[in-house]
Design a protein around this ligand. Structure first.
Ligand SMILES: C[S@@+](CC[C@H](N)C(=O)[O-])C[C@H]1O[C@@H](n2cnc3c(N)ncnc32)[C@H](O)[C@@H]1O
Length: 335
């Protein structure tokens, strides 16, 4: 046995596990064989858990040069990047079980999970995000790794997995929920999501479009979700099929060269006297450009990035971001 069970961890390792820092622990490949090549020795000697190094001098140099973070805030900034990202999720307001789910969170899980806070302090284990309307978005104090590994969280983890699978909730980083809120989308809007995969924001946009639709009817709005990467488009389709919607079109184009679309936007509302539909350039009421970014925030989810990070990962994005944003403006305002 490779000594992965709880009992084989050292005291220091167990402390890190309790502290919620377990996702920076990983057994290196060589560890599994180096100490006991015959595989029949003392299990204490067999495994050497090593933390990922959460330092990268090129990263420090690059970000200090950018001047985004002040010298006084530097240590806090780095400390936050070293802290595992807490899991967050959103309740689908168009689900018929929306209120049941809210009530289960408020009356059951908020109490039963209290004892499981990582620091044993006063902080609530789960709580609604105060800036998201109607208590629909929730924040937990547990990282995804803790949810997977900690047995006392199993019931909550199963709940999240099941409700996510059937589309009643969506697991999504809190920060990723912000842009669709700012767009102020209405149920009759045509929305273009230019860099959409894997589709968490597309799903959120669809939720907003469906929010005031009566069960059994379709909203007037729609979302066109585009991504350059065909495999990621597949992921997006997998994500959004949980919504069972006819109001979504998925396309696979370069956003900076997104083709003009022609459609009869008012087709369903045209007067009976009109014989020819009025085909015109399709313009969008809202355009979301969630352009590729450096992804440096993912250090909190994937600590091996500390080792892999290099400045090339941050450069080269700027011109693409501008091109996509310009095309997005055209799709909204001009033909
Ligand atoms: C930040 S991710 C989008 C995340 C997504 N909006 C969500 O909330 O799930 C950026 C996406 O842009 C796509 N992308 C990269 N270059 C692109 C381009 N030139 N045109 C369209 N999509 C592009 C990538 O494949 C990636 O899926």
């Amino acid at each position: 046995m490779g000594g992965r069970g709880r009992g084989s961890r050292s005291r220091t390792q167990r402390k890190h596990f309790r502290d919620g820092r377990e996702n920076v622990w990983k057994r290196s490949k060589s560890d599994s064989t180096s100490s006991d090549p015959n595989g029949n020795g003392n299990s204490e000697n067999k495994t050497h858990w090593k933390p990922f190094s959460t330092q990268n001098s090129a990263f420090d140099e690059y970000y200090k040069e950018q001047g985004i973070v002040t010298a006084e805030e530097w240590d806090t900034f780095i400390e936050v990047l070293r802290t595992p990202l807490p899991a967050a999720f959103r309740i689908n307001p168009s689900s018929q079980f929306c209120e049941d789910i809210k009530s289960q969170l408020e009356n059951d899980f908020m109490n039963s999970l209290k004892a499981e806070t990582t620091d044993g302090g006063e902080v609530e284990a789960i709580r609604p995000l105060p800036w998201y309307p109607d208590n629909l978005a929730w924040h937990s104090n547990f990282s995804r790794m803790q949810l997977r590994k900690n047995q006392t969280l199993e019931r909550f983890h199963e709940f999240l997995k099941l409700e996510n699978e059937i589309g009643n909730i969506t697991r999504q980083e809190a920060v990723s929920m912000v842009p669709p809120l700012f767009l102020d989308v209405c149920p009759d809007h045509f929305v273009l999501d230019m860099c959409a995969a894997p589709g968490s924001k597309t799903f959120q946009l669809l939720e907003i479009i469906y929010q005031s639709t009566k069960p059994g009817s379709l909203p007037d709005g729609m979302v066109m979700a585009n991504d350059l990467d065909v495999q990621r488009c597949n992921l997006l389709i997998h994500q959004t099929k949980r919504m069972c919607t006819a109001n979504l079109i998925v396309t696979n184009n370069e956003a900076q060269h997104f083709p003009g679309c022609r459609a009869d936007k008012n087709g369903s509302k045209a007067s009976e006297m009109e014989i020819e539909p009025q085909i015109s350039q399709l313009l969008f009421d809202r355009v979301l450009c969630d352009v590729p970014c450096s992804g440096d925030g993912t250090l909190r989810k994937a600590p091996d990035m500390w080792r892999k990070w290099n400045p090339g990962m941050a450069n080269g994005l700027h011109s693409l971001q501008i091109q996509i944003a310009m095309r997005g403006t055209l799709m909204k305002y001009s033909n």
